[in-house]
Write a new protein. Structure first.
Length: 287
């Protein structure tokens, strides 16, 4: 039984990288000033962030049923017997439920896993799925293992410009104005089903330190439980120097970890804006 792993571009894996990993990526639709784009195809992080900086109207959407079916058919007809599809968390989008409906057209062939992940932790779920598939597990079993491990992960994101949260309706105008005056940087947590405020920190450097501490605390928790884990770094940086600085801080905090950096995807960046920074940690499926 040959099992394919399919996911969407919210995982942060580029289409080019996916080819080397033997993963198939469904690009997320993005609308900018009513112009339609596909993330990672004709819209890349650098240009998307420029649209955000210019305060253009941006919104994201879930893959269409036609796009899902087209990708699944291509994968199954290529040489795979079945596939496991890992969309972004069901708590953050209707994409999972749409995929489940479409999977009914492929009985015994397509299994949709609600890994409840996004960004770097969704990448981690893909890595777990590949590992399980390499050990001969079928799509149904991989789906079950991913869902059992779903909530053993967390993403933290520090927001540079609070105006983007205001535009998205996540905070009031009055709260945004007060935060700007006091130089408050929100630290958000994405823990499976939703995005929540974690802490409000004075200043960028303090927010970065608090985020690193939060990841350290989670890593220590996993270690006490005897659980191995993966850590990923993300950001919506418009300056390479800022990206390098954030990576250096992460590497200093976790010198023994293999840290992969992914740009924050359009879905998250549209809510948190440019120059946000994040990290995610997930329990690894390794047994």
């Amino acid at each position: 039984m040959k099992t394919a792993v399919v996911t969407d571009s919210n995982c942060g894996i580029s289409i080019e990288e996916a080819k080397g990993m033997n993963v198939f990526i469904i690009p997320m639709p993005v609308y900018i000033q009513n112009d339609f784009h596909y993330e990672g195809v004709d819209l890349h992080p650098e240009s998307f962030l420029m649209h955000l900086k210019d305060r253009e109207e941006v919104h994201t959407s879930q893959p269409s049923p036609a796009d899902l079916m087209s990708m699944w058919e291509k994968v199954l007809f290529r040489s795979f017997d079945e596939l496991v599809y890992i969309p972004m968390s069901s708590g953050l989008s209707g994409s999972f439920h749409t995929a489940c409906q479409m999977a009914m057209e492929f009985p015994g062939k397509v299994y949709v896993a609600d890994a409840r992940r996004i960004s770097v932790t969704q990448r981690h779920a893909v890595q777990d799925a590949l590992w399980l598939a390499s050990r001969g597990m079928d799509a149904s079993t991989i789906k079950e293992r991913l869902e059992r491990n779903a909530l053993n992960s967390v993403v933290f994101v520090g927001v540079d410009d609070i105006d983007y949260l205001k535009r998205g309706g996540r905070i009031t105008s009055a709260a945004a104005a007060m935060a700007s005056v006091l130089n408050i940087k929100p630290l958000l947590i994405i823990g499976g089903n939703r995005i929540d405020a974690y802490e409000k920190v004075r200043g960028q450097k303090c927010c970065e330190k608090r985020l690193l501490k939060a990841i350290q605390e989670k890593a220590e928790q996993f270690e006490r439980q005897g659980v191995s884990y993966r850590i990923g770094i993300a950001g919506s940086f418009t300056d390479e120097a800022d990206l390098a600085c954030w990576y250096a801080q992460a590497k200093e905090t976790f010198p023994d970890e293999e840290l992969v950096y992914d740009p924050l995807t359009c879905n998250i960046s549209s809510h948190v804006g440019p120059n946000s920074f994040g990290m995610g940690i997930s329990a690894k499926i390794d047994a």
